[in-house]
Design a binder for this molecule. Sequence first.
Ligand code: 76R
Length: 298
Amino acid sequence: MSTIPFPVQTTATPVKPLVPLEGLQVLHLYYTIDQAMWRSLGEDEQSAAKENFMRLVATVRAHPRTQLLVFSVVTPKADLGFMLLTPDLHDANRFEKELTLALGADILQPCFSYYSMTELSEYTTSEEEYKKQILAELLTQKDHGTEMVLNPNDVEGTEDFELRINEWRMRMKKYNQDRLYPNMALDWPVVCFYPMSKRRDGKDNWYSLKFEERRQLMAGHARIGRTWHGKIRQLITGSTGLDTHEWGVTLLAHDTYHIKGIVYEMRFDEVSARYAEFGDFYIGLQLAPDEVLRRLAL
Ligand code: 76R
């Protein structure tokens, strides 16, 4: 019979939820497997452990507004990886402890972890900027091939102007919603994760640049990023004050060729060439939970 002390979800004293003002808690969790410890378990214990793992993954995935990616890690830097997104830090913390014990005590050995939160971009176009852009566009309209310069008062408030502003507001609302509350695709098999910071070194100090300069540099970065649409999905999560670096970069792809391609191309962009510092890179393969267990020879 099973002697493994499986975790039971109990909360003796109810705790007040720790839901951030905006965004989600994001944990990247990596483990190696102690195969010797696993082999010392009886067959019953092993199947109880696997059942517990499967049940826990299903429970976490069924939790409101919670997503859990499960992957097998390429190279022995780690064996098993999770990416957890959930609003309440108590839930994130509870699930993390339970996942660590999911296969029984000491089977999963934590080898790398990262804590970050989803966040809005500081550099998206503001409504004022967008208004200026469309004013400039609408003010110079072609009339039978000759350029006609209009008065701003003739443009602002017109149906065309309002329509474009409203479309833009709706687009931004969806865009911001997707950044704070992303839908992580389970059917993009390649998961690349690495932490990164912006350099603060002598004359290469990102944080002493003026906002406008940073905005322009980031616009160049985003231009490159957009050329990878359809091949790469990216989630940039903030971790200043939370973990070793300032951001977590999670890239999803169907092919590691594209991961290598985008990261290489971005190295030439000034934002990365001059200001980026990187941690270790982890490549995982998303699989169904039972398939991950098989892959890991459990
Ligand atoms: O969010 C957006 O899509 C708007 C533009 C944008 C911002 C603000 C954007 C676009 N990124 C932004 C912010 Mn990015 N990104 C990285 C990396 O390996 C490297 O050299 C860098 C790692 C990749 C691969 C990548 C991809 N980005 C950031 C930030 C925060 C900086 C800050 O606030 O100072 C970091 C650390 C960062 C890093 N970026 C994109 C991409 C891609 C693919 C896009 C286009 C997304 C799309 O339009 O679908």
